[in-house]
Design a protein around this ligand. Structure first.
Ligand code: NAD
Length: 471
């Protein structure tokens, strides 16, 4: 009997009451002013750097368990990017927190003004499974730099990473103001019912809508990092081998296509398609061998649900005959080979849904300029790519394609440029982060105007005579 009572005690339930208590506790700690101090922010950022430095092996192992993520991808795209974010924040923080002096107008003469960045308060970060460390800790770095208290909810879909995040955050970061709560829908719902000062959510648009609806009840500002179908246009007359390799790196080299900025489909001309396919066949075999299902350099599909979602896209009647390369699958080990499809119909599932996996359909157009209308006929993507040598086409692309970010002659690498904002537009998200933008997304830009007692213009005071109106 005593034993069963002990077992009952061990079940930790994170429900709405627990969530309410958590927010109350963190709100009190935030109100004490602790997280606002420059010293606290620097200490936490240094600890975050230490967390990454001292636990590389454990992080790589968790990513291997969750996704069979190749070590090099884990080291570069998760750990190194996080370290760079910490180092940049530590280097620039003094500059970022400095009030920005701005000019005033004649109306308030004499006066001076500045914009003061103040922390928002207690913020909630909900992250996704595909880059579980980067997508969790990169926003946390921004929230800490801006002086907030933070609750992080990692994804239950990558459980090894989620529990390691809890363990490491508890060990390295100040738990009075930075907390990790593990859980799935029930726990996230309990968190979302609370009043936050900002919510940053990374994931799909369906859940993004729940997040926005929950936030609306409290008028909480929301930053949504969503996805969509990222197109890559390939013009003729380019360096085909470099183009092919850079598309492969952004697609299969990023978590086997399970990345929000991975190319989702390619567009090229009817005249160029065969040449393009041949080049991909050659380079894919060079990188992943004759049996890519056995390659150690490709992540697996995260779980069976996503595996069957992807095979369903591949097995649709109007699509299955269009495979020109790959198509092999291994249900036991959740592996799908890099797969190219040519000339898939626009009304197929694979062209309607975000693929988020190793399948890459190719759409053909008569003239490359038609690509822009084709892209703009869908929802706005998170990223769009163009490979060309044509200067006019580059300009047209930048002007006419609306996307979170665009890259000319490469894929996915804009993510690693901290001077560029990273985020979506329309259905691919709202808000942007990375570098200083992370600090800004978790700060309120407070307008501050200073006046003395001189220059007290009588015109603003009654009686409002007609002489004053004409002034
Ligand atoms: P996911 O399944 O890990 O879900 C994301 C988060 O939402 C998790 O923490 C999960 O617990 C929570 N969640 C799931 N269902 C919920 C519900 N009903 N109520 C409340 N919370 C819920 O990740 P996912 O959605 O499969 O991620 C893939 C999507 O995310 C793709 O669309 C991809 O493009 C996008 N994405 C965007 C970025 C970006 O930076 N913009 C990065 C990665 C992924």
């Amino acid at each position: 009997m005593a034993g069963s009572q002990d077992a009952k005690k061990e079940v930790v339930v994170f429900d709405a009451e627990a969530a309410r208590d958590l927010v109350k506790e963190l709100t009190g700690n935030f109100a004490s002013g602790k997280t606002r101090s420059y010293e606290w922010r620097v200490a936490q950022l240094k600890n975050m750097l230490k967390l990454c430095d001292e636990n590389e092996k454990e992080i790589v192992e968790a990513l291997r368990l969750d996704l069979s993520k190749p070590e090099l991808e884990s080291t570069i795209y998760e750990i190194a990017l996080l370290k760079n974010s910490c180092k940049l924040a530590l280097k620039e923080l003094k500059h970022w927190i400095k009030p920005e002096k701005v000019r005033t107008s004649l109306t308030t003469f004499p006066s001076s003004a500045e914009i003061v960045s103040e922390p928002l308060g207690v913020v909630l970060i909900i992250s996704a499974w595909n880059y579980p460390f980067l997508l969790s800790l990169d926003p946390v770095i921004g929230a800490i730099a801006a002086g907030n208290a933070v609750v992080l909810k990692p994804s239950e879909v990558s459980p090894a990473s989620s529990s390691l995040l809890l363990k490491l955050a508890t060990k390295y970061l100040d738990s009075s103001s930075i907390r990790v709560i593990e859980g799935a829908v029930a726990e996230t719902t309990a968190l979302l019912e609370q009043k936050w000062d900002k919510i940053l959510y990374t994931g799909n648009g369906r859940v993004g809508r729940f997040v926005m609806a929950a936030a609306a009840k409290h008028l909480t500002p929301v930053h949504l990092e969503l996805g969509g179908k990222c197109p890559v246009i390939v013009d003729e007359g380019i360096n085909l081998q470099v183009t092919t390799r850079r598309i492969i790196a952004g697609k299969w080299g990023c978590n086997n296509g399970q990345a929000c900025i991975s190319p989702d489909y390619m567009i090229t001309t009817k005249d160029y398609a065969t040449k393009l396919v041949e080049s991909f066949k050659k380079e894919l075999e060079r990188f992943y061998g004759k049996n890519p299902l056995e390659s150690k350099d490709l992540s697996r599909i995260v779980n069976f649900n996503h595996f069957s979602r992807l095979t369903k896209l591949l097995d649709e009647d109007k699509v299955s005959g269009k495979i020109v390369h790959g198509g092999e699958r291994d249900e036991v080990n959740l592996k799908i080979a890099p797969t190219l499809l040519l000339d898939v119909p626009q009304n197929s599932l694979i062209m309607k849904e975000e693929i988020f996996g190793p399948l890459l359909p190719i759409v053909m157009v008569d003239k490359i300029e038609e690509s822009f209308d084709l892209i703009n006929s869908g929802t706005k993507p998170l990223a769009a790519y163009l490979f060309t040598n044509n200067k006019k086409l580059k300009q047209q692309f930048v002007i006419s394609v609306s996307a979170g970010g665009v890259v000319v002659n490469d894929t996915a690498v804009h993510l690693a440029v901290p001077t560029l904002p990273f985020g979506g537009v329309g259905e691919s998200g709202t808000g942007a982060y990375h570098g200083k933008f992370s600090f800004d997304t978790f700060s309120h830009k407070k307008a501050v105007l200073y006046r003395g007692f001189a220059g007290d213009a009588p015109v603003r005071y009654p009686p409002y005579s007609s002489g004053k109106i004409r002034l």
